[in-house]
Design a binder for this molecule. Structure first.
Ligand SMILES: [Zn+2]
Ligand SMILES: [Zn+2]
Ligand SMILES: [Zn+2]
Ligand SMILES: [Zn+2]
Length: 290
């Protein structure tokens, strides 16, 4: 595999974290200051260690906005009764505390802001290779753009999950090069589609081993086709073309790949696709560009 891991987090793509309003996780989070991790086991910190220490936060929810449940980011506000809200919620609630109806949005909770700044946590994708340690309030944005977010192997019946750096090597070593249609960037290649069943055809590039999936969904009018790349959302998309020919006429679609982390059909049905009449299936050409 020719990819190399980055030394810093992704900066491209969306800059805001997705808002989560679903059921909260009540797991205990282990929050730590990793640079002093080993020293923290000592009973008393030495002057050179400063006052950093490792601790267990039994109620991590205190670091989240009690209204929208997203991790708190600076500035943090409170009403006169001490009810806390993030700045986004203050705006959406028109600066009226939902608990006591007093104004909220002018009194900062400085001590909590300092705590948010000083707490360092590991990225949740550490087990896939991410070595980033960051403040709690930056965690959400980082993880949304993290290049080590889990990617699922696109081979049917395989449940392997890794970062996209490790996935191509796994695919070749576990499933063989014949498990995918091998192609080269900028060179048209033929793909044979079925007109009856939904398909997910795995494509793998010859030089960098990047994995793509060509989805083929059966509809009443024909088949809907799209091309996705298995990689983090923050990475640039690829340009591609699909050309169908039938009895002297042709059909061409130019578009960009979608970034996906799982080849499951559910994630792609709602997205852009090309409907191809069945007649054009016999002579179908695809080309993916760097
Ligand atoms: Zn909020
Ligand atoms: Zn209040
Ligand atoms: Zn990360
Ligand atoms: Zn696999």
């Amino acid at each position: 595999m020719k990819k190399s891991s980055p030394v810093s987090e992704a900066t491209k793509g969306k800059s805001t974290a997705p808002r989560t309003t679903t059921t909260r996780s009540r797991k205990r989070k282990h929050v730590e200051l990793p640079q002093q991790q080993e020293q923290a086991a000592a009973a008393a910190p030495s002057p050179t260690q400063g006052r950093s220490f490792t601790f267990l936060l039994s109620e991590p929810d205190v670091l989240d906005c009690p209204i929208c449940f997203d991790p708190l980011t600076i500035p943090v506000y409170q009403c006169e009764n001490g009810h806390v809200a993030c700045s986004t919620c203050c705006i959406s609630l028109e600066e009226k505390c939902p608990s006591c109806c007093l104004p909220i949005g002018s009194i900062r909770v400085r001590v909590l802001e300092k705590v948010l700044e000083s707490i360092k946590v590991q990225c949740s994708h550490a087990k896939y290779g991410c070595k980033v340690t960051l403040s709690y309030s930056d965690k959400c944005v980082h993880e949304f753009n993290c290049l080590f977010m889990p990617c699922h192997c696109p081979h049917a019946d395989c449940d392997f999950v890794s970062s996209f750096y490790d996935l191509p090597l796994h695919f070749i070593s576990e499933h063989g090069s014949s498990a995918a249609v091998r192609f080269s960037y900028d060179k048209p290649f033929a793909v044979t589609l079925q007109s009856e069943d939904d398909q997910a055809i795995v494509l793998q590039e010859e030089t960098d081993d990047t994995l793509f999936v060509l989805h083929n969904f059966v509809f009443s009018l024909g088949n809907a086709v799209n091309v996705c790349c298995i990689q983090p959302d923050s990475l640039p998309k690829y340009r591609f073309e699909i050309l169908g020919k039938s009895k002297g006429s042709s059909l061409e679609w130019k578009s960009f790949t979608m970034n996906i982390q799982s080849s499951s059909v559910d994630t792609t049905l709602s997205s852009r696709f090309l409907v191809i009449p069945s007649d054009y299936f016999a002579d179908l050409e695809t080309c993916i560009h760097m």
